[in-house]
Design a protein around this ligand. Structure first.
Ligand SMILES: *[C@@H]1O[C@H](CO)[C@@H](O)[C@H](O)[C@H]1NC(C)=O
Ligand SMILES: *[C@@H]1O[C@H](CO)[C@@H](O)[C@H](O)[C@H]1NC(C)=O
Ligand SMILES: *[C@@H]1O[C@H](CO)[C@@H](O)[C@H](O)[C@H]1NC(C)=O
Ligand SMILES: *[C@@H]1O[C@H](CO)[C@@H](O)[C@H](O)[C@H]1NC(C)=O
Length: 208
């Protein structure tokens, strides 16, 4: 499978951050274990797993076809990407990370709904985009609830100015955008999963 150049360094960081996460001893006064929070985290991971699966279904291309539809064209600059260092991960603040995940989920849902319309317009199947949008919406709700549990203010206007996204006129264009969003969604989902696992550990949630 074709991997975006950015994805490789990102995956390395994910692995690194996991190692660092494991080597960190739990802070003495970590957030007290809250069963309600832990339940929210478990649901989040379930939705993230669904997203990881769905990200593959956003296109149905073979490796060879994928190289032709050159997904390396990053054209959706408004779709946020994770730029995280392993160091930032180790010093992560739970509230800030949850808030960031919330913002990203909103952004991905916005782009997913746009892609869904684009695909419908050119008669590409919309089940994967509809499914992904639904799971992103659920994640936003769960992140919202977890921030409320932590008595943090939930970000009000997560998308300060909604980006205007291009008109998609051909099936090839829609496919190209699907490939791009698929790759970014996969990286985002993997990062989100690591982050939630990390927070679960930090919060003293029982291992499943
Ligand atoms: C992801 O897809 C695989 C294969 O299609 C399936 O076995 C697995 O249960 C799916 N996982 C989730 C969380 O949907
Ligand atoms: C997150 O919590 C820390 C203390 O635990 C606080 O200093 C910080 O301001 C909070 N950040 C946000 C964005 O609320
Ligand atoms: C999330 O978005 C809100 C509103 O745009 C912003 O105030 C907040 O700083 C963002 N949080 C993070 C962690 O980026
Ligand atoms: C889909 O078609 C509608 C109606 O023609 C149009 O308004 C909309 O911008 C199109 N969406 C995309 C993403 O091209």
């Amino acid at each position: 499978m074709r991997i975006f150049p950015d994805s490789i360094s990102c995956l390395v960081l994910l692995l690194l951050s996991d190692l660092i996460g494991l080597s960190l001893s739990r802070p003495a006064h970590s957030h007290a274990h809250s069963p309600a929070l832990c339940t929210l985290f478990i649901s989040m991971v379930q939705h993230v797993d669904k997203l990881i699966n769905l990200s593959r279904k956003l296109h149905d291309l073979s490796d060879v076809e994928l190289t032709l539809v050159s997904g390396a064209n990053h054209r959706l600059d408004s779709l946020l990407e994770i730029h995280h260092t392993a160091a930032a991960f180790s010093s992560m603040k739970i509230n800030e990370t949850l808030s960031q995940l919330h913002n990203f989920s909103e952004s991905y849902r916005f782009h997913m709904d746009w892609l869904n319309t684009a695909r419908e317009n050119v008669s590409l199947p919309s089940q994967p985009t509809e499914g992904a949008s639904r799971h992103l919406q659920q994640l936003t709700h769960l992140l919202d609830s977890s921030l409320k549990q932590l008595q943090e203010e939930v970000p009000q206007a997560t998308l300060p100015s909604l980006p205007s996204l291009p008109l998609v006129s051909s099936a090839f264009d829609a496919l190209e955008f699907s490939v791009e969003i698929s790759g970014k969604l996969r990286i985002f989902s993997l990062w989100m999963k690591r982050s939630i696992r990390f927070i679960q550990k930090r919060s003293g949630c029982p291992r499943r």
